[in-house]
Design a protein around this ligand. Structure first.
Ligand code: FAD
Length: 295
């Protein structure tokens, strides 16, 4: 049954220079971080794929977390649990909340930041939150025997269906950078398990700044993991010009405007998911109102 099937060749670079040499020499080799997504694929093993693997596990340069007074930088091989452990004082609260929702403690020890953001076809929690925090990722691209370096905002890493949109060239994410000037109101909400029930799941991240009674710098992302990664400059701008508390009728109308926009841009989302998304959006705005009324 397994005739002709061989174990793949595994490369284990220790430095970026070694990775560069390997990536240029074996352009079809697959990057392996925590392996949790790769191992969950139907054709993972046994398979007759001849593609080699480049295991990033030995690359200490990709495991660093640094911070100055403007931003924090996180290596792509930092795991979700290392970040949670190290990050209590240095990370935006919404990022901590997001990390706490990922799978179980055991799986969080395996999931890496780079692996989570580079899953090709399903958009999950970290992408959603980092997109609204204006985070960027550094990539090395390998093309025509050359290596080039680019910083890409996380919000622009994916197409509107949520697929990783890096093009055909081999690319390595080395680190992400998160600015420390973020809003004072934020919410991260998930309905349903994004892995087991991705067709019913909605992931929503929201942040805004409040100055006296006005709202500014609203950013949100509504993510339907296998269908749509939705950000809306239009609705963000509408919300950013409102005074607080937002009239309940306006909360209601703007939530339906969001649904109409999502429906127009993404055909495959079910009514159940749309209604869930709408209610999450409304409840975040009502939460914002009630905090305003308490202060
Ligand atoms: C039981 C279970 C439950 C989970 N629940 C959740 C959840 O609720 N929410 C959530 O957000 N996630 C969840 N996850 C994690 C998620 O599904 C992915 O498995 C995980 O994010 C992948 O990370 P990894 O480090 O294991 O990457 P890998 O599986 O090693 O790689 C994933 C992809 O990214 C590419 N890649 C990896 N690193 C890089 C890099 N540095 N540069 C370029 N490409 C790279 C790989 O080639 C591969 O295509 C869960 C996982 C499991 C197993």
């Amino acid at each position: 049954m397994y005739e002709g099937i061989r174990s793949p060749v595994i490369h284990a670079p220790k430095t970026l220079n070694e990775f560069n040499t390997t990536a240029l020499r074996y352009p079809t080799a697959r990057i392996w971080a925590g392996g949790t997504y790769i191992m969950s694929q139907k054709d993972y093993y046994p398979s007759d794929s001849k593609d080699a693997i480049i295991d990033l596990g030995g690359m200490e340069e990709l495991k660093k977390i640094t911070r100055n007074d403007r931003f924090v930088e996180i290596g792509s091989m930092v795991t979700a649990s290392q970040l949670l452990y190290a990050g209590k004082l240095i990370l935006p609260e919404i990022l901590q909340e997001t990390l706490e929702t990922l799978a179980s403690q055991i799986v969080r020890r395996q999931i890496t930041i780079g692996g989570s953001l580079c899953v090709p076809d399903v958009r999950l929690s970290l992408s959603t939150t980092l997109a609204i925090l204006d985070a960027s990722a550094e990539f090395k691209f390998y093309q025509g025997g050359k290596v080039s370096n680019h910083w890409i905002p996380i919000a622009r890493l994916y197409d509107k269906g949520g697929n990783l949109a890096l093009g055909a060239d081999k690319a390595l994410m080395t680190r992400i950078r998160i600015g420390l000037d973020y809003g004072d109101y934020h919410k991260f909400v998930t309905v349903e398990d994004p892995i087991r029930n991705s067709d019913k799941c909605v992931i929503f991240a929201f942040q805004a700044k409040r100055t006296q009674n006005s709202l500014s710098k609203v950013q949100f992302c509504m993510n339907f993991p296998t269908k749509a990664f939705h950000m809306s400059k239009d609705i963000e701008a509408k919300l950013s010009s409102l005074t607080l508390p937002i009239h309940p009728e306006r909360v209601n109308t703007i939530s339906y405007e969001l649904v109409a926009e999502i429906k127009k841009q993404h055909g495959t989302i079910t009514e159940l998911q749309l209604e869930r998304g709408r209610r999450m959006f409304e409840s975040v705005l009502h939460g914002l109102n009630s905090q305003t009324l308490q202060t």
